[in-house]
Structure formats: structure tokens, C-alpha cells
Design a protein around this ligand. Structure first.
Ligand SMILES: NC(=O)c1ccc[n+]([C@@H]2O[C@H](COP(=O)([O-])OP(=O)(O)OC[C@H]3O[C@@H](n4cnc5c(N)ncnc54)[C@H](OP(=O)(O)O)[C@@H]3O)[C@@H](O)[C@H]2O)c1
Length: 375
């Protein structure tokens, strides 16, 4: 999609909540370059005004700025007031970091409340308010900036992680609901990124600034690019990769499609049993094990490979292959693949039958192996 098509699909105005610095300001710069007009929101007026002046000078961008605290009950109402009369085709909810960096009981309940209000309640209200006119127009985009913390809890980030999980799941649902109406939704899951807020947190904890922080401009550019390929983009991972994310963006997309199709068919009365979606979930879980198997071999990741077998599981690869425990098979396979120059395994044509607690599956595995030939 070139800049003109992008602007037609998601313009003419974008509202960025949390725009004054870091990834928020980077989104603003990237959109200004594409020709968007911008509503810039955060608490501090001075950096917003400086950004607006910079974008006007560089691109002639029309900007409106508003100082709004997203942790307050009236935040969405105030954003709507600021946007009034302007066609917001793209909403980016960027603000969302945890400035506390504390264990749950060490943090004051008031600070957790502010975090939850901003990341949960304002997120929900703003998505509801700004998505409705997009649905009516049949076009638009919603980006919620998330975090890898959404994939599970850890000490010291409980409320933050839970709020990011809320955002992820809401975005996935909205993606399925709004895509038929021409509105794209992306939960953009970031890793450690070089932003002033993140540097401040590291400094406050006396920690060194790591050299591998993601660049905020690069992060913003990729987010805009992946908006049409939601519902999830995990920074640093390809669409079909699962590293920090545990399940790849592609797997999450497939899962939503399968369950949504089953639920729609069920609602049409085509499926007589409520057990069918559960059946689909079982099939998806089995398919995921097949993917994990291939991934473990390609990455030579023995723990990942072992994780797909129960302790007492056995495998039988025929008389010339391996016969024995699943865990030992993974050691054997990874050792064999270590000798190769490169290897790639793809699963397709998966057929699964589930019968109560029993299941059987059949699949093609296409293996591309490259070895150095000894002359
Ligand atoms: N940086 C990372 O390493 C990292 C890692 C994973 C995910 N993320 C995600 O990336 C997003 C951006 O993170 P960040 O590091 O730049 O920190 P951030 O504090 O979420 O974002 C900074 C921007 O949000 C604004 N903001 C913060 N709280 C606000 C509030 N209550 N009301 C209005 N505006 C508010 C700030 O401006 P004002 O101070 O002027 O209000 C600033 O413009 C977040 O959603 C975060 O969860 C970041």
C-alpha cells in the first residue's frame, strides 16, 4: 500500500494517545510523512506543542494538541471533544507503560488504579467511541500498543501484564468483529524499546541501558505496516514465529478464524452440538503440537521438542529410523540435523479425528534439507 492508499484507507485524521515522546511521537512523524492530519494527546502540553511545530515545519502537517490524562474517567469524552468535527480514520492508543516497577503489595493501590483506568477502562471506552464511526464509514484502523507482558504474569508487573492481556484479547475480538466492516485492528505487542519512559524506569532502578533496545522509529513504521495484517504483531518475531509470544501471530489468527467460523455456524443452527467448538479447540491444540515439533527441529530446540511429548510417550519412525521414547527421539533428531547445512520443515494437509479422550492425526511434513556433499 503506498502512502496515498494508506491515507485513503485510514485518513484523513489520526488520533494518537500518548504522542509526546517515544513510540507515540514516532507514530506521529511517520504518519505526518504520509500526509495525515494529527490529533496529539498526552498530559504534558509543551512536548506536544513542540512536536506539532516540528511536523508543521517539516511536512505542513495540521495538528491539534490536547493535554488529557488518560487515567481519568473523562478521558475519552475529552478526546472526543478535541476530535469533534474531524474524521478520525486511525486511532493509536500508545500510552500504557507501568511507571511503578513494583511488586503488587509494595505499590499504592491508587497507582494501580490509575494504571488500570488508563490501560483498561480508557482503552475500552476509546475503542468503543472511535470505532463506531469507522464501522459506519466502512473503513479505518485501530492500533493498541501492547507488551510481551500480555502473554503471562511475572513478579513486579502484575497489574501491567493483566491490563495488556485485556488489550490483546479485546483487540483480537474486535479484529474479528470489525474486519467485515473494513476496519483493521492491531494489537501491537512490543518488546524492550528505546523510549524516554523506559530509560527513566531503568535509571530509577539503577540499571544500565541495554544496547539491544528496539528503535522507536522502526517500531512505529512496522506497526503502521502491519495494521492491515492483524490482529497481532509481535515485535521482533515473524508472523509465524513464537518466541516470547508462546503462540505466533499466525496461530492466534487461525484460532480466531476457526472458532469464529464454528460459532457463526452454530448460531445459524448448522451445528447441533455445543461440543463442536470444543472439538475445534482440541484440533487446534493438536495442530499446534505439530507446528511445535517442526519448529523445535528447525531451531534445534531440544526442550521445546521434548515439551510436546509426555514422559512415557513413544515414537516409531520405522525400522531404519528411531524407535523409543519421544524425549530420546528429539535428542536423536536434533543431533542428526546439527550435521546439516540448513533445514526447514513444513506441516500441511493435517487431518485430525477426535473421539472423546482419544485423537488421531495424519499430516504431511515437507522437509527441505541441505547437506554438504563429501567429494
Ligand atoms: N518502552 C518499552 O520498552 C516498552 C516495552 C513493551 C511495551 N511498551 C509499550 O509501548 C507503549 C509506549 O511505552 P513508553 O515506554 O513510551 O511509555 P508510556 O509512558 O506508555 O508512553 C509515553 C507516552 O504516553 C504518555 N502518557 C503516559 N501516561 C499518560 C496518561 N496517563 N495520560 C496521557 N498520556 C500519557 C506520555 O506523555 P505524558 O507524560 O506527557 O503524558 C508519552 O507521550 C506503552 O503502551 C508500553 O506499554 C513499551
Amino acid at each position: 500500500m503506498d502512502d496515498r492508499q494508506y491515507l485513503e484507507r485510514y485518513g484523513p485524521w489520526a488520533l494518537i494517545a500518548g504522542a509526546s515522546e517515544g513510540t507515540g511521537a514516532s507514530f506521529a512523524r511517520a504518519l505526518a510523512e504520509k500526509g495525515f492530519k494529527l490529533v496529539l494527546v498526552s498530559r504534558r502540553e509543551a512536548p506536544l506543542d513542540a512536536l506539532a511545530a516540528e511536523l508543521k515545519a517539516a511536512y505542513g502537517t495540521e495538528c491539534v494538541t490536547a493535554s488529557i490524562d488518560l487515567s481519568r474517567d473523562d478521558a475519552t469524552e475529552r478526546m472526543l471533544g478535541t476530535a469533534h468535527g474531524r474524521e478520525i480514520g486511525l486511532l493509536i492508543l500508545n500510552a500504557g507503560a507501568d511507571p511503578n516497577g513494583a511488586m503488587f503489595l509494595d505499590g499504592a493501590i491508587g497507582s494501580w488504579n490509575a494504571l488500570a483506568l488508563r490501560n483498561v477502562m480508557t482503552t475500552m471506552h476509546a475503542l468503543h467511541a472511535f470505532a463506531a464511526p469507522m464501522q459506519a464509514r466502512g473503513r479505518g484502523g485501530l492500533i493498541l500498543v501492547g507488551s510481551g507482558a500480555c502473554y503471562g504474569g511475572l513478579p513486579g508487573i502484575g497489574v501491567y501484564a493483566a491490563s495488556k492481556a485485556f488489550g490483546l484479547v479485546l483487540c483480537e475480538s474486535l479484529w474479528a468483529e470489525l474486519q467485515p466492516h473494513g476496519v483493521d485492528v492491531l494489537s501491537y505487542v512490543l518488546g524492550r524499546t528505546d523510549t524516554p519512559a523506559h530509560r527513566e524506569l531503568l535509571n530509577a532502578r539503577g540499571m544500565a541501558i541495554p544496547s539491544d533496545l528496539a528503535n522507536a522509529d522502526a517500531v512505529a513504521r512496522l506497526g503502521l505496516e502491519r495494521l492491515a495484517h492483524g490482529p497481532v504483531c509481535n515485535w521482533g518475531e515473524a508472523d509465524d514465529e513464537a518466541k516470547v509470544s508462546a503462540t505466533s501471530a499466525a496461530q492466534r489468527r487461525d484460532r480466531i478464524r476457526q472458532i469464529a467460523a464454528a460459532a457463526a455456524a452454530y448460531a445459524r443452527g448448522e451445528l447441533m452440538s455445543a461440543a463442536v467448538p470444543a472439538d475445534l479447540a482440541d484440533k487446534f491444540a493438536i495442530t499446534e503440537q505439530l507446528y511445535r515439533y517442526c519448529r523445535s527441529v528447525d531451531r534445534l530446540d531440544v526442550p521445546l521438542g521434548k515439551s510436546i511429548f509426555h514422559d512415557d510417550a513413544t515414537v516409531d519412525y520405522g525400522p531404519s529410523g528411531f524407535r523409543g521414547r519421544g524425549h530420546d527421539a528429539i535428542e536423536w533428531i536434533c543431533a542428526a540435523h546439527r550435521q546439516l547445512q540448513s533445514h526447514s520443515h513444513q506441516v500441511s494437509n493435517v487431518i485430525i479425528t477426535v473421539d472423546g479422550m482419544e485423537a488421531g492425526s495424519e499430516a504431511y511434513v515437507t522437509a527441505t534439507l541441505r547437506a554438504v556433499r563429501e567429494e
